[in-house]
Design a protein around this ligand. Structure first.
Ligand SMILES: [Mg+2]
Length: 375
């Protein structure tokens, strides 16, 4: 089997509602993605996705296009797509970094491998340890009244895990939000908070001290990625477990954080980590250090979500809580049928070949602003 053609489509999708994140990211109104298709000489097609979101990601959609057009696409053409590790090695030999671009092809190769063998991706990863995974719902920065209204509404849809976005308000206001949520909902729900690099060490410590005794599952990325040196000192006196997201992109990031005992949890994201192959390597490093994994998401379409669902199903050290398979529910429209796998805030792990989802051609056409072909 040989790769004969690679396509990339840049799509922009409006969110159902604006999403207010930390000071660093501001308010997000649209998601952007690069959807890839890898075609072979025997007629099989694999699909992939990259989720550039500057300044969260170093890569932009234009950068992903350039990497695909000039470096990775020409390398992949003519290769056997089932040679996934070999292809990734050749990518790394030709181009440093660019994990989003590499990941968009890696996911398509896993989809192709599954389709060629008639097996779901989770089986290729060793088999699903769970066939259903509950979802969490993320709340943007807001007031205690807004938080309560949103949580109540989403509890009605079946959600029991929430991620509260912080880092845009003074620490005392963020502490007050936690007091209000725990005071109102008690053990009916569980939640974590995500500061998205929004605090410095003193602020992170102030938050930890202010919320000591409040049951928060974990605090994600309290410090900037550039301050990863301060994660271990913070954890040494933290009152809640700590998760790394922006700071845990590469395998080397994961090794440094794990070996310096700086975190309890890694947030895995298929695109950020560079595809299924690399995200799985990060999960394995985590497992060796007793670190648990959250299957997290960018604001992404159903291809990245499906890839995360297969990996999450086959990850032994998956965090015991809701996971981020809600991303397509925040989009006005997805370009895939991933949403069919979700019922009442639970995702069903598909058993059909490959990723087990398809692109919706009409939606892809409608939302595509630019396309690229390597053949
Ligand atoms: Mg995060």
């Amino acid at each position: 089997m040989k790769v004969t053609r690679i396509e990339a489509h840049h799509v922009t999708l409006p969110l159902v509602a604006p999403y207010k994140l930390s000071r660093r990211y501001g308010t997000v109104t649209h998601a952007q993605a690069v959807i890839t298709r890898v075609m072979t000489d025997d007629g099989l097609v694999g699909i992939g996705e990259a989720n550039p979101m500057p300044p969260f990601t170093e890569e932009t959609w234009g950068g992903v296009f350039a990497a695909l057009e000039h470096h990775l696409g020409p390398l992949l053409l003519g290769s056997d797509p089932r040679d996934i590790l070999g292809v990734n090695q050749r990518f790394d030999a030709a181009l440093a970094g660019n994990l989003l671009a590499k990941g968009s092809l890696d996911v398509a190769l896993w989809d192709l491998l599954g389709k060629s063998l008639g097996a779901p991706v989770h089986r290729l990863l060793g088999g699903a340890l769970r066939d259903r995974i509950p979802l969490l719902w993320p709340l943007g920065s807001g007031t205690p009244a807004e938080d309560a209204e949103r949580i109540q509404e989403k509890m009605g849809e079946g959600y029991r895990t929430f991620m509260i976005k912080m880092g845009a308000q003074p620490i005392e206001k963020e502490v007050a939000r936690c007091e209000a949520i725990s005071g109102t909902f008690g053990e009916e729900i569980r939640y974590n908070v995500d500061a998205n690099q929004g605090w410095d060490l003193a602020q992170a410590i102030a938050f930890m001290d202010g919320t000591a005794g409040i049951p928060i599952d974990f605090v994600e990325q309290p410090l900037p990625r550039s301050a990863s040196w301060a994660m271990a000192p913070l954890r040494a006196r933290a009152t809640h477990p700590i998760s790394a997201d922006e700071g845990a992109q590469t395998l080397q990031d994961a090794a440094k954080l794990a070996s310096s005992h700086a975190v309890d949890i890694f947030s895995l994201k298929i695109s950020k980590n560079g595809g299924i192959t690399r995200a799985r390597q990060v999960a394995t490093v985590a497992n060796a250090f007793g670190i648990r994994c959250l299957m997290n998401s960018m604001i992404e379409c159903g291809v990245s979500q499906a890839a995360a669902l297969h990996l999450g199903a086959a990850t032994p050290n998956l965090l015991d809580s809701g996971q981020c398979f809600m991303s397509t529910r925040r989009l006005s429209e997805d370009v895939t049928n991933f949403g069919d796998l979700i019922t009442a805030a639970v995702a069903r792990v598909p058993d059909t070949p490959g990723l087990g989802i398809d692109l919706v051609e009409e939606s892809l056409r409608h939302h595509t602003s630019e396309s690229l072909v390597v053949s």
